[in-house]
Ligand binder design. Sequence first.
Ligand SMILES: [Zn+2]
Length: 366
Amino acid sequence: MKFIEGIITATSSLHLGDGQSRGTFLPTLQYIPGRTLRGMLGYYLFRYKKDLFVKSGIDEENDIGKMKILFRNAYPVTRDGSKTVAAPLSVRWCKKCGNLIPKNHSECEVPDENGRPCLHEGKKHSGLISRNSFSIRKLERPEMPDRSIETKCPITRDRHSSLGGREQGFDLSPYHIESIDLGAKFSFRMLVDADLEKEIIESLKEAAAVGGIGGFRSRGYGLITFEDLRSTSLNDVIREGESLLSRSNKATLVATAPMILRNGNVSRIGFDGLFVQRANEVLQFAGIHENIALSGNSDPHVTQVIARGWSLKYGNTLSELIPCIGMGSSVNVTAAPHALATLEAYGIGEKINYGYGEIYVLPGMM
Ligand SMILES: [Zn+2]
């Protein structure tokens, strides 16, 4: 496997819906979901390069052994190029100075400019933060892309229609599209089988030019370009990740994308035996003869969200809505650093090729 990274630049406004309008207001996500990039490339391959569509296993839903392309969510790029991740729900940051409040401390003990302890309370942060925040022990928010709202009136005399069906009167009301402005930059990452690397990169660029991403593409939204693409062997990435972890086998594992854990059709919203089983299946697939286990004090923090399945074969359409574990959810585990770095590279659970299940590891316990 190869790890590809680079920059996605918006060359028009982007509307990345989460499928939920709020009345006539259509909010955009502030990042590009991996499922959206998968949809873009998959649709292109299905139409123009059927061989590669089949060979790449891009429409594989469950079997990690058949997935030769794994997408990741593309989060906004920070000014210094630091990686952006979902803030862990288990960590509190000082309300005043933003310093990380250690576990079991109730207030901030970092000295202020007069040398006295700050003593303010901490609070949780939800959303994206710079990964640097953990090494500098201070909350650092990435610069989020600028957004705009455009009001559109439905055009009723041609095939364009407004949202929400055609109930009387409704399709004549104006609607408001929120979008990310042209020029926004996102950090792009994906895993691809070494044999397919060249073809996939080429196709990705073509798919962006032909199709684009997100909503309202017929109205000029959704154009992107891929830049500065470079590839590293996945083994090197895992080795580097491992070197950044401490030798301790204790770690907090944080979901930086929603995570789908299902037994049959039943979703598990929490970190228990099924989570451990799914993580160990990934390690087994990667040829790692080590397992992870929940810590004695696993201290789980869990939220629930809805993930969207997406069928490439059936007209590039929404196939299912799956309750799943939300971004920022976290749990304490024990595992060898090599195993942890491998899970960081692959993710855990279902649809990891959509970008679901991506995690990062905080050494020790946060
Ligand atoms: Zn403070």
